[in-house]
Design a protein around this ligand. Structure first.
Ligand SMILES: [Zn+2]
Ligand SMILES: [Zn+2]
Length: 209
């Protein structure tokens, strides 16, 4: 199984198997050209958006227009990706934060395929990891978990993302307990280097989960 990191504002991953290349997340809106450069002549068979934040969905509309690929996301985050709901302001400054957070061009509803816990996308099992956003999802296959922003990894290892960027931090903490119980070895995140299930289990123990 191949897992290639495309380093942008948020880590983007290109994972490949016989079923075809799956792109996981798509960078910021201003990183579209960089993303295309990384892809080169590789055409992803599908795109999965781990959650609705602008640093993960910024290239989705461009990829859909260019490749007409299927785009998967959790039903709780689809309204933000389609423009039916406004994303919370980020940074949390009234009008500027709202403008920045909602800068990705919305996708039409027909471009999105809803996926929930237990669904499979090109051989990867979808795991619902809510809290950071309501519909944050991860993908699990052969011991590798692509966790999106359900965890953040810094110099001292994995941690719960800061409350300022979460929809519901209590739920995000419970999600750490869920990850700790998954049959995974390596965990790849949206921000920071890879981490291990042992490090996440130690964090869950410290949080009393
Ligand atoms: Zn992010
Ligand atoms: Zn995020």
């Amino acid at each position: 199984m191949q897992t290639q990191l495309l380093p942008m504002t948020a880590n983007t991953y290109l994972v490949g198997e016989v079923e075809g290349l799956l792109l996981v997340d798509s960078g910021m809106p201003h990183e579209n050209r960089k993303l295309l450069r990384y892809l080169g002549d590789k055409k992803p068979a599908a795109l999965l958006l781990t959650h609705h934040h602008l640093d993960h969905v910024g290239g989705a509309r461009m990829l859909w227009e260019r490749f007409g690929l299927p785009i998967y996301a959790h039903p709780l985050d689809i309204p933000y990706i389609c423009g039916d709901k406004r994303r919370p302001p980020f940074p949390p400054i009234p009008w500027l934060g709202d403008y920045i957070a909602n800068s990705p061009r919305p996708l039409p509803k027909e471009a999105l395929i809803p996926v929930e816990e237990g669904a499979f996308v090109l051989g990867w099992r979808v795991v619902h990891l809510p809290g950071h956003t309501p519909g944050q999802v991860g993908l699990l296959r052969q011991g590798t978990l692509l966790a999106g922003d359900a965890l953040r990894v810094g110099p001292r290892g994995p941690w719960v993302p800061p409350a300022i960027v979460n929809h519901d931090t209590q739920e995000a903490r419970r999600t750490v307990g869920k990850i700790a119980r998954l049959e995974a070895n390596t965990i790849l995140v949206g921000h920071g280097p890879p981490t291990t299930i042992e490090a996440v289990r130690a964090l869950a123990a410290r949080l009393g989960l």
